[in-house]
Design a binder for this molecule. Sequence first.
Ligand code: SF4
Length: 359
Amino acid sequence: MIQQQTKTDLRNLTQQKLVEYVQSLGQPAFRGKQILPWLYRPGTIDFSAMTDLAKEFRKTLEENAFISSFSNPLLQKAADGCVKFGFPLDDGNIVESVLIPEPDRNTLCISSQVGCAMKCAFCLTGTMGFTRNLRVAEIVNQVCSVRDYLLKQPKETLIGPDRVTNVVFMGMGEPLNNFTNVIDALSLLTEQKGLDLTTRKLTVSTCGIVPKLRELGEKTSINLAISLHSVKNEVRSSLMPVNKKYPVEMLLAACRDFPMPKRKRIMFEYTLLEGINDSLDDAKILAKKLRGIPCKINLLSYNACPQLPYKSPNREKILAFQKVLLDAHYTVFIRTSRGADISAACGQLATEKSGLEMA
Ligand code: SF4
């Protein structure tokens, strides 16, 4: 470990940074592009396996660099097939990801930070406080590790495909508060010689860090999800302190200004909390305020937990809320909660070591 601290983790580097890195070692630029596919092959890779690289160069890499991986994740499986992964980090922290399998896809919900500074009142991660940003490698290694896990499972036990098809940044942390590392990780996730995921299947969810939204849209073409939960400033500020800095009007103006292709839609996430944001009046105001924004709306029933005081409204109330939005011609989904029995559902990630077991 001490030796590794003085070496460069190649999984922290985008293709461009890899090229610059090999040049700093006195090597031609093409060597950087040559290494990239090796770094993201399934399984543990060491430099001796990179047989198309000159022996001398492999020796230089061994002396100066390493390839990190999350090799021993802690696991917890839910009754509905969701799997929560806990990845021990080299500083003793644990970061979590959740695999949500469906017959035609495997969605992996990944984390961008250890803890979160945003203190959303309904979110367990928010109660942990902020510890640190994840490095690029720690973001992409969540995907690599779950990909390797899926490849090792007997095919007949899988609910979905044997690979990660979709990635959502909806785990621990606010991705736009770790902007540079998230952008670099997105570049590796979509790089053909990296993890080769299509941008259509990548979603970044934010609580509304307004100054970063436009830059996100300019630098990537991923899907944007906004944790909205209310369009009444008083209610939203009580649920999400970020709203005091970037109120609803500012956030929705940034959404209107978000650069995206015509066919794309912003996904507004709206968690229904009984007696707080679930009235028909709330639905009508929501319909009015979102007018003109190309969007879809995800209604989420709240995953109650003993640590927080909120409850989900009943099914009838959720359907009535949805009807107001449907009548206003929005596309509205009611999202079924997955993995709630292992605290893997939305807003429930808070590094509870208990329950997680060795893979
Ligand atoms: S909802 Fe997201 S932004 Fe808010 S505290 Fe939880 S992890 Fe942070």
